[in-house]
Design a protein around this ligand. Structure first.
Ligand code: FAD
Length: 492
């Protein structure tokens, strides 16, 4: 059996950060990644090609529980490759606002979510990761920013905004974690750019972890597709918001009743897989008179914030779902995709069986909150997109609305469209929620420790106490840095 001090399960966005930081401090670490290396694959290297990885061998592409009236084609596209989703995402790189940090602090206590802890962690991320802004030279990007200003959404430097009030009703150029279009994933920034990697770091690719094994509640080893690996100090699970709950449940950590259904011995009875959050999204698509201009870096270089939505803008038709639903397509077009920044609808992740090969049962329950606040935010978002597109800056460029179509005007019709052709931004979170030590509705403590176990932590998007109000990748890097420092300071 191979032995390390620390075993990190999942070499994704968070896992690589934690593995590298522990190894830099001289500890023997194994990072165990189910997918292949990211090196040498141009689809990963250039961020413009992110969409070419969807539904390939680099994507878990999990099905969702079907709900009547909802987009039947929607799946969860979660990366299976070194670097995780930071290897196949759009690299929009915004840090969480002060409002998110203060809210999480109020839900968790401790010193994990304080301004000081987060700022220090962000500084450590910035030491490793390179960022860039698109020059904004193409016709559509220029028109979008001008139209937003004409609509009363002033242009701000989004990379510097920290106060929540400054992130409402504004537009700007989106910071990207890339350099001349080359992706700065966790794998690139923390592993491939390093002059020299710590000799105590072992990154294993193509190895899937199937179970965590416990000895009297203490996590001692992992069972993998390549044999057992022992951890003398701790196991840190960073397999992402869908696979982390799956692995915990397969290992006996989850709702006792659910685990009993599959004959799995219960190690700790916890609400694993509850509170699945995401950023539900809709789209307003317009045909343009001729080409709106090619992409500058990856095609998603500018955006705007409304009251409760963030709007991504792209100089192409993001018509994957609308075209399948019969909405018109055209050769040239632009898309504005509003998403609910702090969606409150919650879904679940459960086991399908006790077989690690099986996909989890994901019931996303998008837009299901009782007050309809999520879907109402999207209705308002669509209306805002239409108003932006009607501004003089778009005159001569926008020809007609392809989806939902100008005939779709009243709230109920818009809601029908949102449900049927809607998507998410593929930002699952919250399934191993962090909270106060004393609370019973959380899975991990503010120190990332899995309750009712020893020597086991979770540190990935699954621990987020509520939905972050921006794209989550930078938040995940930050929380990984915080977790690594906590492990190291406890060790000292
Ligand atoms: C298509 C797409 C576009 C996105 N665009 C953006 C964006 O522009 N900006 C932004 O901020 N966020 C974006 N996101 C979201 C962001 O990338 C994720 O929220 C974040 O990267 C999640 O990090 P994580 O560490 O929680 O999980 P991941 O990065 O998914 O890491 C989990 C890792 O664990 C591995 N793994 C899983 N199960 C096992 C197992 N049993 N054994 C071993 N290894 C395992 C996986 O292969 C993966 O490498 C996007 C996401 C997607 C999918």
């Amino acid at each position: 059996m191979k032995q390390y001090e620390y075993v990190v399960v999942g070499g994704g966005t968070a896992g690589i950060v934690i593995g590298v930081r522990l190894a830099e401090a001289g500890h023997r670490v194994a990072v165990v990644e189910a997918g292949p290396t990211d090196l040498g694959d141009p689809r990963i290297e250039y961020t413009r090609d992110w969409a070419s990885m969807i539904d390939t061998e680099l994507d878990f592409s999990y099905p969702l529980v079907q709900r009547e009236g909802f987009n039947p084609y929607l799946r969860e596209h979660i990366a299976k490759v070194l670097g995780g989703c930071s290897s196949h995402n759009n690299t929009i790189a915004l840090r969480p606002s002060r409002a998110d940090i203060a809210h999480w602090n109020s839900l968790c206590g401790g010193d994990t979510w304080t301004e000081e802890t987060v700022s220090e962690a962000w500084a450590r991320v910035q030491e490793k990761v390179r960022f860039e802004l698109a020059p904004i030279e193409n016709r559509a990007n220029i028109a979008f920013l001008e139209a937003c200003e004409q609509q009363g959404l002033p242009r701000v430097e989004l990379e510097t905004v920290l106060a929540e009030d400054d992130l409402r009703n504004v537009c700007g150029v989106l910071p990207l974690n890339s350099e001349e279009g080359r992706r700065e994933s966790s794998a690139v920034a923390y592993l491939h750019h390093a002059d020299e990697l710590p000799p105590t770091l072992n990154v294993l690719t193509g190895v899937r972890v199937d179970r965590i094994l416990f000895d009297s509640g203490r996590a001692v080893s992992v069972e993998t597709s390549a044999g057992q690996i022992e951890a003398s100090e701790e196991i840190i699970v960073t397999a992402g918001s869908l696979n982390t709950p799956k692995l915990l449940m397969l290992s006996g950590v989850g709702h006792a009743e659910h685990l009993n259904e599959f004959g799995i011995d219960v190690v700790s009875d916890l609400p694993v897989g509850d509170h699945l959050l995401d950023h539900p999204e809709s789209g307003v698509l317009f045909e343009t008179s001729g080409s709106p201009g090619g992409m500058e870096i990856n095609g998603w270089e500018v955006g705007a914030f409304g009251e409760d939505v963030m709007i991504h803008f792209t100089q192409e038709l993001y018509d994957d779902y609308t075209s399948l639903q019969g909405y018109p397509v055209s050769e040239h077009g632009i898309s504005m995709t509003p998403n609910v920044r702090r969606a409150v609808s919650e879904g679940t992740v459960r086991l399908r069986s006790s077989d690690p090969e099986d996909t989890p049962v994901i019931d996303a329950q998008l837009l299901s909150d009782e007050d309809d606040s999520d879907i109402d935010a999207l209705v308002a978002g669509i209306r805002l997109c239409r108003e932006i597109a009607a501004q003089p800056a778009f005159e001569g460029l926008v020809v007609r609305e392809l989806a939902p179509g100008t005939e779709v005007q009243d709230d109920e019709d818009l809601k029908r469209y949102i449900r049927l052709a809607g998507a998410t931004v593929f930002h699952p979170a919250g399934t191993c929620r962090m909270g106060f030590d004393c609370s019973t509705d959380n899975v991990v403590t503010p120190d990332f420790k899995v309750k009712g176990t020893r020597a086991l932590r979770v540190a990935d998007a699954s621990v987020l106490p509520s939905m972050v109000g921006v794209n989550p990748c930078m938040t995940v890097l930050i929380l990984a840095e915080i977790c690594a420092q906590k492990i190291l300071s406890e060790r000292r």
